[in-house]
Design a protein around this ligand. Sequence first.
Ligand code: AP5
Ligand code: ZN
Length: 214
Amino acid sequence: MNIILLGPPGAGKGTQARRLVDARNMIQLSTGDMLREARTSGTEMGKKVAEVMDRGDLVTDEIVIGLIREKLQLGEAEGGYIFDGFPRTLAQADALSNLLSELNETLDHVVEMQVDDDALVARITGRSTCANCGEVYHDVTKPIPGDGKCSNCGATEFKRRADDTEEALRTRLLAYYKQTSPLIGYYYAKGDLRSVDGLKDIDEVANSIQTILS
Ligand code: AP5
Ligand code: ZN
C-alpha cells in the first residue's frame, strides 16, 4: 500500500509517518529529511538547498523529484511507501504518478491532515527532535522525558530546526497555500482523498489513519 500524508507544516505528517513505519512496516519517504541530509553534504547543491529551506520556500521540483526517483528505484518497500511532504506541487504529483506506474505500483490513499494556522504556529515553535533517531517531541504536548533521554533510543541530544522560526513559518505557510493546497482538489477529483482532523491528539489521529488504511 502506498500513501501520501498531505498537510501544512506542523500538521503532524512526520509524527504519523513514524507511527505507520512501526505499525505497518512501511517505508517513510520524507523529502524534507532527504533535503536536510543533502544540505550537510557541503556540495553546491546542498548550499543552495540550505538557503531555500531556511527561508521557507520550496526547493525546485527537479531536485525533489530526482531524490524520490532514486529512492523508488531501490525498490525495497514490502509494506509500501509513505510519502511525507511530497508531492508539494502539481508537477510533483504528476511525476509521482508516472514514477509509480513505471514500477507497476498504485497510489492507494492521500490522507489530508487538517490543522488550523494558530495550532501550527504553536506546534512548530515548540518542536524538537532527537539528534540520533529523529523522534519528534513538543515542549507542551510531547515533552522530552524527565530523565532527558529519548524515549525511543535513549540519546540525550535534541535539536531544533533552522526553519522553525515564526518568520520562516510564515513563508512555509504561504508556500503551502499557494503551491501545495491545489493538490487537495487534484486528489479529490481522482477519488483518492481522505481527510482527518489533525487537531485531535496524536493517538486519535493515528487511529483515524489506521481506519482509513484498513
Ligand atoms: P518538511 O521537512 O517536509 O517540513 P514541513 O512540511 O514544513 O513539515 P514539518 O516537518 O514541519 O511538520 P510535520 O507535518 O511533519 O509535523 P510534525 O510531525 O513534525 O520540509 C521542510 C522544507 O524542505 C520545506 O519548507 C521546503 O523548503 C523543503 N521541501 C521538503 N519537501 C519538499 C518538496 N516536496 N518540494 C519542495 N521543497 C520541499 O509535528 C510538528 C510538532 O507538532 C511536533 O512537535 C509534534 O510533536 C507536534 N504534534 C504532532 N502531532 C500532534 C498532535 N496530533 N497534537 C499535538 N501535537 C502534535
Ligand atoms: Zn532518539
